[in-house]
Design a protein around this ligand. Sequence first.
Ligand code: NAP
Length: 261
Amino acid sequence: MNLDLKGKTALVCGSTQGIGKASAIELAQLGASVILLARNENKLKEVQSELAIENSQVHEYYVADFSNTTNVKEVIQTIVSKHDIHILVNNTGGPAGGPIIAAEGEAFINAFNQHLINNQQLVQAVIPAMKAAKYGRVINIISTSVKAPLNGLGVSNTIRGAVASWSKTMANELGQFGITVNNVLPGATMTARLDSIAENKANKTGSTKEEVLKQMASAAPAQRVGQAEEIANAVAFLASPAAGYINGVNLPVDGGRTPCL
Ligand SMILES: NC(=O)c1ccc[n+]([C@@H]2O[C@H](COP(=O)([O-])OP(=O)(O)OC[C@H]3O[C@@H](n4cnc5c(N)ncnc54)[C@H](OP(=O)(O)O)[C@@H]3O)[C@@H](O)[C@H]2O)c1
């Protein structure tokens, strides 16, 4: 199986912690040069220094705020003027939780911009080089809520569905150029995001964070929450030459929690 990413450049968004960081580490281990993108410059530098360099890769980082689509557009133009991107990992912070009935219109618009509009701008910018290389991998980190909505994540559930349909449409258009577009759907994964979701739930229900995490773990046949590295393994596989005939799929990495096919 060819998992070799030597000579490839990956742009990994939301890569200062959690799933994005783990994906950047894994892609570098397979030989890719990695460009990190997020808001916190100190953390970006830290992650950059942790990436493998055994294959003479050069890793870089850029600062961008995904709540500002104009900023993201400017930064991606700078990146593609200097680098040909072969692998794009679309990932950013998840929308705030809460019941859908309580959500204001603005929350939907902000989440739509942060997730869908930025993804669109990023893909549009990297596609010319992917077409020229006849090799492209777009991997969107979404959520299992694409398949079955999660309680208490109303805005997120709604926007994730839009991103999944956007992605499938993109896969149909781009497959002929050697480009694949796939979605990785993490289940409950032990990151700062999950920690804060568990803490909020604990505060609301009067239980402890540990009890909430235990409950989350028991919701999956695996009887545990996932680790960011386990999501990153799926990202790295989809980025590899070995996954060239996998296009337009939703891949849950959730210990079996998703109740539907
Ligand atoms: N963990 C889970 O259980 C789980 C389950 C299903 C889906 N997901 C989804 O998977 C994605 C990643 O989750 P995670 O758990 O790894 O999240 P996380 O630990 O909160 O990390 C989010 C990453 O995105 C970056 N980010 C956040 N807001 C940003 C902004 N406005 N502009 C640019 N970068 C931004 C953060 O970096 P900076 O702060 O440096 O900008 C960080 O590197 C999220 O969309 C999440 O909702 C997670």
